[in-house]
Write a protein that binds this ligand. Structure first.
Ligand SMILES: NC(=O)c1ccc[n+]([C@@H]2O[C@H](COP(=O)([O-])OP(=O)(O)OC[C@H]3O[C@@H](n4cnc5c(N)ncnc54)[C@H](OP(=O)(O)O)[C@@H]3O)[C@@H](O)[C@H]2O)c1
Length: 245
């Protein structure tokens, strides 16, 4: 897909991986829709001025269906369409299973998995009608391999992989492609919160012995949007962590 002049909606793009994806697409000439639960600042919008693309900001919570639908409507009103959706918004709430409450579990599922359903549902009909579209879901290596203290997060990210492949099968004949990215450990606010001792243990599990950058993930997102014979795939970008022998 030619990216120039396409409209891309990136959920959770006020910082971290989502913001890097927004910059990457804008550099490639796409108009971007920024999103987060909090209000999107003028300073953040100004970061995109030099790319010469249109930038829209829609605040709201992807975990509420009505909010997701309203945000997509606002984006369409501002830019005319949503051609590419990146379901990036995500949260963690780590606890060992024995300590995890029903609420801890449901809260993470509601943002990471149901949020992606809400947004996909809100854009898919128009994409299939246009016979063109790309959806990219942000999974995680934790969704492939599991992780101690992350039963809720792993379930949400593994669920996203099944969701990706199912929607990819349903939408393929309409030229709407759906893929997932499974990042390993990427330097961001999310990973900044991890204690140093745990970070050292993680580094030992990475064949490349370093964390990835948000830009590494953004490059994969751009590639998945551009490559128009690629659908139903999960691309792990993890320094070799999950390579199979
Ligand atoms: N960092 C990693 O190592 C890593 C590895 C694998 C996968 N991932 C995945 O990559 C994605 C981005 O991670 P990150 O590290 O960049 O996270 P981050 O720095 O914590 O940023 C999360 C973004 O999501 C937004 N957000 C959170 N809940 C939301 C909601 N309910 N509705 C709308 N926006 C919401 C946040 O904005 P507000 O706070 O304003 O809502 C923020 O913009 C997540 O899905 C994460 O699970 C990250």
């Amino acid at each position: 897909m030619e990216i120039k002049n396409k409209n891309v909606f990136i959920t959770g793009s006020t910082r971290g991986i989502g913001l890097a994806i927004a910059h990457k697409f804008a550099q490639a000439g796409a108009n971007v829709v920024l999103n987060g639960r909090s209000e999107i600042s003028e300073e953040l919008m100004a970061e995109f001025k030099d790319y010469g693309v249109a930038v829209a900001a829609v605040s709201g919570d992807v975990s509420h269906f009505d909010d997701a639908k309203r945000m997509v409507d606002e984006a369409v009103e501002a830019l005319g369409s949503v051609d590419i959706l990146v379901n990036n918004a995500g949260i963690t709430n780590d606890k060992l299973m024995l300590k995890m409450t029903e609420e801890d579990f449901e809260k993470v599922l509601k943002v990471n998995l149901t949020g992606s359903f809400n947004m996909t549902k809100s854009v898919l009909k128009a994409m299939t009608k246009a016979r063109q579209g790309a959806i990219i879901n942000m999974s995680s290596v934790v969704g492939l391999a599991g992780n101690v203290g992350q039963a809720n997060y792993a379930a949400s990210k593994a669920g996203l992989i099944g969701f990706t492949k199912s929607v990819a099968r349903e939408a393929a004949a309409r030229n709407v492609r759906v893929n997932a990215i499974a990042p390993g450990f990427i330097e961001s606010d999310m990973t900044d919160r991890i204690p140093d001792k745990m970070k050292d243990t993680m580094l030992n599990q990475i064949p490349m012995k370093r964390f990835g950058t948000t830009d590494n993930v953004a490059e994969v997102a751009l590639f998945l949007a551009q490559q128009d014979y690629l659908t139903g795939q999960v691309i792990a970008i993890d320094g070799g962590m999950t390579m199979q022998s």
